[in-house]
Design a protein around this ligand. Structure first.
Ligand SMILES: Cc1cc2nc3c(=O)[nH]c(=O)nc-3n(C[C@H](O)[C@H](O)[C@H](O)COP(=O)(O)OP(=O)(O)OC[C@H]3O[C@@H](n4cnc5c(N)ncnc54)[C@H](O)[C@@H]3O)c2cc1C
Length: 334
């Protein structure tokens, strides 16, 4: 095994919450290392290239309810990174989206760019960001923590922040024999997530989704259909994102791609012109897409010899803003 790398704070997960926690910590002069099992940063802020186009396949947009997050969003808007995509969604029964006054924000070139932007900023302030590193255990060690990864590397730090989905976080702590109080364990075990199945379709020809290019039907099997070209992130090709509901996704999670694609295409077909055709398609499965039972606080502190804080979008509010606020609160607490 190679020699371990040491830092002040290790953060598992370079999604919205991990990156926001890192932003606070580097600004306070702490040495930070983020570890993510993904090929790139972002987690559920996910954008994929298909043919000549691009599609968001995790978070589709975000909203602002809290002034602290609102201040960040205003900065991103001023930088030209974030824009208002809509003030409301049609359910398909009206020609235009009914504005409800609440801006829905999107990110230029796709949601993942926001994560890349935050990652570049924290890296410029000295943070190390390692992708393709799957942490397998978090273990107590002398005055801090020892993390081991699937590829046999080890990392040590005085403090740890965990932002993976709660079942995975619990598995990491158990693998490292980190003692948990009954309350701490119960808090993590209570958290629940719904899965999400997503279909991405490159379409040649006209797509007639209502303005501004999406339908949202919270009570249907297919809750979201959106045109990434009209969203503004795929100027060279029409790529459609279709999301199934949590219930439908749970019931069909193990079905073969071909079967899923057939069902997604049936949902999409009414929005395509008669002579439009699908030239490419992909199915994406999110096992932990949306927290359905949340921890009421923005993070959970595990009582231990050295700081260990757990956060993410299951801590406070189940959306991009909730993940950001959890990360910011953790960063401050550290
Ligand atoms: C299909 C879908 C649609 C959505 N739509 C919206 C929307 O329209 N609006 C909205 O506000 N929110 C939406 N969300 C939710 C939003 O994406 C999340 O709330 C937010 O991105 C979560 O950020 P996070 O940092 O808490 O978690 P994540 O983004 O999941 O980040 C956790 C990170 O931890 C990493 N990780 C996990 N385990 C390990 C390990 N063992 N070792 C190393 N790294 C690890 C993962 O790779 C990941 O990058 C959607 C989510 C999905 C999946």
């Amino acid at each position: 095994m190679s020699e371990s790398q040491h830092t002040d704070v290790l953060i598992i997960g370079a999604g919205m919450s991990g990156l926001m926690a890192a932003s606070v910590l580097v600004a306070a002069g702490r040495r930070v290392m983020l570890l993510d099992k993904g090929r790139s940063v972002g987690g559920r802020l996910a954008t994929r290239r298909l043919g000549a186009g691009r599609a968001d396949h995790g978070a589709q947009f975000f909203t602002v309810r809290d002034p602290e997050f609102g201040a960040w969003v205003e900065r991103w808007r001023a930088e030209g990174l974030v824009y208002v995509w809509s003030h409301g969604w049609s359910d398909g029964s009206l020609a235009d989206a009914p504005p409800d006054g609440h801006p829905r924000y999107a990110v230029r070139d796709g949601m993942n760019r926001l994560a890349k932007h935050l990652a570049a900023q924290v890296a410029a302030q000295g943070a190390d960001i390692l992708t393709d590193v799957r942490v397998t255990a978090v273990a107590p060690q002398d005055d801090g923590w020892l993390l081991t990864s699937e590829d046999g590397r080890s990392f040590t730090a005085g403090a740890v922040i965990l932002t993976a989905p709660a079942p995975q976080t619990l598995a990491l702590l158990d693998a490292g024999a980190t003692p948990l109080t009954a309350d701490g364990r119960a808090s993590l075990e209570r958290i629940r997530y719904a899965p999400s199945l997503c279909g991405l379709y490159v379409v040649e020809g006209e797509v007639h989704l209502p303005a501004p290019g999406a339908v949202q039907r919270p009570d249907a099997d297919f809750v979201w259909i959106a045109d990434n070209r009209r969203k503004g992130i795929s100027p060279d090709a029409t790529v459609i994102t279709v999301h199934a509901s949590g219930e439908w996704s749970a019931a069909h999670y193990g079905a073969p791609d071909a079967e899923l694609s057939e069902a997604f295409e049936r949902a999409l077909r009414p929005w395509l012109a008669a002579d439009a055709w699908i030239v490419e398609e992909q199915i994406k499965r999110w096992r932990y897409a949306a927290p359905t039972v949340l921890h009421p606080e923005r993070f959970l502190r595990i009582a231990a010899h050295a700081p260990l804080l757990i956060g993410g979008d299951a801590f406070g509010a189940p959306r991009v803003e909730g993940a950001a606020l959890s990360g910011l609160a953790i960063g401050r607490e550290m």
